[in-house]
Design a protein around this ligand. Structure first.
Ligand SMILES: Nc1nc2c(c(=O)[nH]1)N[C@H]1C(S)=C(S)[C@@H](COP(=O)(O)OP(=O)(O)OC[C@H]3O[C@@H](n4cnc5c(=O)[nH]c(N)nc54)[C@H](O)[C@@H]3O)O[C@H]1N2
Ligand SMILES: Nc1nc2c(c(=O)[nH]1)N[C@H]1C(S)=C(S)[C@@H](COP(=O)(O)OP(=O)(O)OC[C@H]3O[C@@H](n4cnc5c(=O)[nH]c(N)nc54)[C@H](O)[C@@H]3O)O[C@H]1N2
Ligand SMILES: [Mo]
Length: 761
């Protein structure tokens, strides 16, 4: 089942390796930002665009979901936000002529990098059955084709409606409404691959599946633990918040198999000190083995329990449930097992404990390093136990901080993009629209792929994203997608998913965050929710890539009209003309959005309620915050194998590759590299610079191979390796997922190394 790397690119993947950096941002980042931006947008458009990023009257950065503070700088963006903007605001165009010149077999050999570099999509494009290339199509015809396929299905559950997290609240609300009027809860989204484990663990333990801290809390914390996250690359504006906390005396512990430059030192380009020396961020680096976090937090919990006066008994008594069972399990935690699972030494754990006990206000931040393992939900529950023990939730400077990825991934879920919606949500939706939503659960991402593979799903519709590249088990997923009768992608840019199609396919070009959105002659804005539950508006100011682009809300509204026809009494036409009418409906369906249109007019927007944060109220089944007591798990490695994590370089946004460098890690000019600890490398006979195939091992015995990787000796934790996603998705078995959340375990893939037959290109 080996998948060859796409070839035929003018761009050669020829990685070079330099010493890794020990600081993030600084002037190099500023220079880099301007160079990338000007290449894509030219000088004038660069100035016009970048100054509107994250301003109260501007657009929300399409990069990450990190919040903006109340005081804004003139340049309220980071290097990687600027790259995300440049990628979208590029002046390059993919027109029907491009598709005429590039038949599907050609597109299918191109790398994601090459596809993305071609520019913005300008026309709706159609791939008829048996055709070898896409041709231009009118919007009317495109909607007719989709309606034809959808209404021909034996059941609405044979259709899948995927959402990637850039979609606005307005578009997301319409999409889920349409899907439910049509008759299905098949609303898989990128969250299924991302923070689903956080949502599952938090909903069960504190009653709300979202983070409980604000930016202000971070500034006030006296201990911040950053576990399984690389903010220097993926949430660069978070470094300013960490710096501010440090300035007020906070300590930072980072828990990571890799020493990440952004967590070591931050050179804030907004300050003189930043440009000179920067601020050291991490006080204690716990270089943990992949998958060791649950064991670490369990042992810390035992040590807290054993320390006189360390437990906040008043909080525990008043607000929690399940303490005794948890305490009994935690007391049994074993030092030796923990040191094996984590690879840490006793001294490091004791140092961490001292910092924890000295802290009155502790926050734990995390991202994909905690969510993408088999035992992720149990790991995050253990983090919650840890915070509950010392009452670190629902008071200033303390709490849980899952740092979200896509800029509106949290908002999409709030709007009802979820395959397992609550009865309360569906009741409210039904009452508002006079419809009967289906009550049975739909498919998440992994189950959607299984359904396509097994012939149980036949139409795939994606609101953004790059499904086949982002999902696991590339060979299986691509074969599954090819079985669909129709695949439809609402997209801004070309990507791999446009080249791996069903019998027929459509590409529908849409406006991005930076684009001006005029409907019925009037300027519209949309809204988003950041990682900390703050809702605000976003208005683009650029002339769209062409006259044929439609906005996402317009596409859903027109789709709904052609599919549902007169059987729907929903005013889809009004929704398209005036997004305020969508917000009116949201205000009556989604809790926390009362008076939406009035409150969104406030500069900076408004904050959604969060019961644990605001009033120490925990809307769980027990009515209290729940301690949990799961057995400790950690990955066991057969001899001669390493545990591979698949992660992001500094030059990519998920499957969008901006460039071939990973500056902070010292990698230049290529992506097919694998980072291996020098001791492991010696043991396994992997010379620095040698070429190897990565072969993953899974209980199904199927061979999954990613050929031609250059070995890079790198100071990762022992027993661990790291390589970039999406190239390594071919190695992640479809059914290797997290318990409960079903998130692909893309941070713990058991691999062996085989000498490559072909030299590195
Ligand atoms: N520029 C840019 N920004 C982005 C994105 C992007 O691709 N580019 N993607 C966005 C999205 S959708 C998301 S979800 C976020 C992702 O943000 P991150 O989660 O920071 O992204 P990853 O690159 O997957 O990094 C995972 C981190 O976890 C560490 N890690 C891996 N396994 C373990 C483990 O078992 N334990 C611990 N403690 N650490 C571990 C890795 O070494 C790495 O530092 O970023 C968002 N922002
Ligand atoms: N192995 C491995 N796999 C992973 C991960 C990992 O760490 N390791 N991370 C997972 C995570 S955290 C995530 S979130 C997923 C990401 O999965 P996705 O969200 O599906 O992927 P993206 O690469 O973010 O999608 C990029 C595409 O979105 C389209 N796009 C961009 N902006 C817009 C817009 O405004 N509107 C519309 N309609 N389209 C737009 C463009 O066409 C672009 O090509 O990948 C997951 N997959
Ligand atoms: Mo994500």
């Amino acid at each position: 089942m080996a998948t060859e790397p796409p070839s035929g690119d003018p761009v050669q993947d020829a990685p070079q390796v330099r010493p890794a950096r020990h600081a993030a941002a600084g002037l190099t980042a500023v220079a880099h930002t301007l160079r990338v931006a000007q290449q894509q947008m030219g000088v004038r458009r660069t100035a016009r665009t970048l100054l509107k990023v994250n301003q109260k009257d501007g657009f929300d950065c399409p990069g990450c979901a990190w919040p903006e503070g109340d005081e804004r700088h003139t340049a309220e963006f980071c290097e990687n936000g600027a790259k995300a903007v440049a990628e979208e605001a590029t002046l390059r165009r993919v027109t029907p002529d491009f598709f005429a010149a590039h038949p599907l077999p050609d597109l299918a050999t191109r790398s994601g990098y090459w596809l993305g570099q071609q520019g913005r999509l300008t026309h709706p494009m159609y791939l008829p059955e048996g055709a070898d290339r896409y041709e231009a199509v009118t919007w009317e015809r495109a909607f007719e084709i989709i309606a034809g396929e959808l209404t021909a299905l034996a059941s609405p559950d044979e259709a899948l409606f995927y959402t990637s997290g850039r979609t606005s609240n307005e578009a997301a609300f319409l999409l889920q409404l349409f899907a439910r009027e049509f008759g299905t809860n098949n609303l898989p989204d990128c969250s299924n691959m991302c923070h689903e484990s956080s949502g599952s663990a938090l909903t069960e333990t504190i009653g709300v599946g979202k983070g409980s801290v604000s930016l202000e809390d971070l500034h006030q914390a006296d201990l911040i633990i950053v576990a399984g996250q690389n903010p220097g690359t993926n949430h660069p504006r978070m470094l300013s918040a960490l710096e501010k906390a440090k300035t007020s005396g906070a300590k930072i512990i980072s828990v990571n198999p890799l020493p990440e430059a952004g967590l070591e030192r931050f050179k804030n380009p907004q300050t003189a000190r930043g440009l000179l020396r920067g601020t050291a961020l991490t006080d204690l680096f716990l270089q943990i083995r992949i998958g060791g976090d649950q064991a670490l937090f369990r042992l810390l919990n035992k040590l807290i329990l054993e320390t006189d006066g360390a437990v906040d008994t008043a909080f525990v008594t008043a607000h929690t449930h399940g303490y005794d069972a948890f305490a009994e399990t935690a007391r049994a935690a074993d030092w030796d097992e923990t040191l094996t699972a984590t690879g840490l030494d006793r001294e490091a754990v004791e140092q961490a404990l001292a910092m924890i006990l000295a802290s009155e206000r502790t926050i734990v931040c995390w991202a994909m390093g905690l969510t993408q393992h088999k035992h992720s939900v149990a790991t995050i529950r253990e983090v919650v136990n840890f915070l509950l023990l010392r009452g670190n939730i629902g008071r200033p400077g303390a709490g849980v901080c899952p740092v979200r990825g896509h800029s509106n991934v949290q908002g999409d879920r709030t709007m009802g993009i979820f395959e397992r919606p609550s009865a309360a949500f569906l009741d409210a939706l039904d009452k508002e629209f006079g419809i009967t939503s289906p009550r049975h659960h739909g498919y998440d991402v992994v189950r959607s792929i299984q359904a396509l593979r097994d012939g149980d799903a036949k139409v795939f519709f994606a609101m953004g994203g790059n499904f086949v590249a982002a999902t696991p088990d590339t060979a299986v997923t691509e074969a599954a997608m090819r079985r669909a009768r129709l695949t439809v992608h609402v997209s801004t840019k070309l990507n791999r998913s446009h080249a791996v199609t069903g019998t027929r396919a459509l590409i529908l070009p849409t406006l991005g965050r930076t684009d001006k959105d005029l409907q019925d002659g009037r300027k519209q804005f949309v809204t988003v929710e950041d990682s900390m539950g703050q809702v605000h508006s976003s208005r683009g100011n650029l002339t769209p890539a062409g006259p044929h682009l439609l906005s996402e809300p317009a596409i859903v509204a027109r789709l709904a009209r052609s599919v549902l026809g007169p059987r729907s009494t929903t005013p889809w036409e009004d929704f398209e003309k005036d997004y305020a009418t969508i917000r009116d409906r949201i205000s009556r369906v989604v809790p926390g959005f009362e008076d939406f249109n009035t409150r969104i007019a406030h500069p900076g927007g408004f904050s959604l309620p969060h019961a644990p944060r605001d009033e120490r109220r925990f809307p769980t089944a027990t009515g209290k915050a729940n301690f949990t007591a799961a057995p400790v798990e950690h990955p066991h490695l057969p001899e001669g194998r390493l545990l591979l994590q698949t992660l992001r370089s500094h030059d990519q946004y998920n499957t969008t590759v901006y460039g071939l460098d990973d500056r902070y890690r010292g990698i230049k000019g290529g992506r097919r590299i694998v980072m291996v600890n020098p001791d492991d490398a010696r043991r396994l006979g992997l010379a620095d610079g040698s070429c190897t195939d990565l072969v993953s091992e899974w209980k199904d015995g199927v061979e999954r191979r990613a050929p031609g990787f250059r070995v890079v000796h790198y100071p990762t934790a022992r027993g661990c390796a790291a390589a970039y996603y999406p190239e390594t998705n071919v190695l992640v078995p479809l059914d290797a997922t997290a318990d409960t959340s079903n998130t692909p375990a893309s941070k713990s893939v058991v691999v062996r190394f085989e000498r490559a037959e072909t030299p590195t290109p």
